[in-house]
Write a protein that binds this ligand. Structure first.
Ligand code: FMN
Ligand code: SF4
Ligand code: SF4
Length: 267
């Protein structure tokens, strides 16, 4: 029975750290894999009951202002667990994990999933640029080694009798209200080298909130969540991250960079 299990990765990952980590975990599980579902694309978030064909789901999302990104909550609330197993992964930029992992655990439990394992991992902070560096180049070799080891531990659980993890922390207040808007006071995205743009439309197609105008390629400030995907995907360095946070806030962030945080597993 165990060898017939099918897994599926579902993730939101504008700058790919979450994608790298959950793909490594999924490889280490060594079950049959169904096609991945990338919720970074707004069209994928509209479907109801995604992941319905898998026996084990591996779900990953980054931490935005200590919470899970608000735009994926309606998609989660449209998923149907039917007592199936799920592995949950929250990825943060070496600052604060906040309530993101407990939010995921309670949300998926409410949808009828059984949480077989959960973990927090660290990925390069989205705002990392010339003037701001936090968890640069993570997940690195050691993080991915730990991701493989986590995947193997999950596999071992399925080789005996899997059980649910203990709930972590108090039930958090899960609000669908956009908390990521707070990042608007921290950075801006500008087009510094417009002359280099060849209209490949890479930034337009990767934007998780459809904030980039198809004709002008201008960013709608209200829609933009400052995920920085449009900066990092551009091969021609057209866009740039400008740090607009106060010097005190920047100092607080730089203090986070003094201590390397490590992944945590709940099995
Ligand atoms: C709007 C926004 C808010 C963020 N808030 C936090 C936070 O509260 N704590 C933290 O450690 N990292 C925070 N980050 C950094 C991301 O969690 C981190 O860079 C993560 O690796 C991004 O995942 P991705 O590469 O899969 O998109 C934030 C990033 C953005 C864009
Ligand atoms: S990804 Fe860069 S080159 Fe391509 S359309 Fe966007 S700004 Fe222009
Ligand atoms: S426009 Fe804003 S939301 Fe869209 S990819 Fe760029 S930073 Fe992310």
């Amino acid at each position: 029975m165990m060898s017939n299990l099918k897994t599926q990765t579902i993730f939101f990952s504008p700058t790919n750290s979450t994608l790298k980590i959950i793909t490594t975990i999924s490889d280490a599980l060594k079950f049959e894999k169904l096609h991945e579902i990338n919720l970074t694309f707004p069209s994928k978030r509209k479907f109801k009951n995604i992941g319905a064909e898998a026996d084990i789901l591996i779900f990953g999302a980054p931490v935005y202002v200590g919470k899970i990104p608000s735009m994926i909550i309606p998609t989660i609330k449209n998923m149907i667990g039917k007592n199936r197993w799920i592995v949950l992964v929250a990825v943060y930029g070496n600052a604060r994990l906040g309530h993101a992992l407990s939010e995921m655990i309670y949300l998926f439990r409410d949808q009828g999933f059984r949480i077989v394992a959960a973990a927090s991992f660290i990925g390069e902070h989205s705002f990392t640029s010339d003037d701001f560096k936090l968890a640069e180049n993570r997940p690195d070799f050691d993080d991915l080694r730990l991701a493989r080891s986590f995947g193997q531990k999950v596999r071992e659980k399925f080789e005996s009798t899997p059980n649910e993890i203990e709930l972590i922390g108090q039930k958090p207040d899960i609000s669908e209200l956009n908390s990521e808007h707070k990042a608007r006071n921290l950075i801006d995205i500008i087009r510094t080298h417009d002359e280099n743009c060849n209209r490949c439309m890479g930034c337009w197609s990767i934007c998780p909130t459809e904030a980039i105008d198809m004709i002008t390629l201008e960013i709608n400030e209200e829609e933009c969540i400052r995920c920085c995907a449009c900066v990092k995907c551009c091969n021609f360095d057209v866009r740039e991250i400008i740090i607009t946070m106060t010097p005190e806030t920047k100092e607080m962030f730089m203090e986070f960079s003094n201590i390397r945080k490590e992944p945590e597993f709940f099995l």
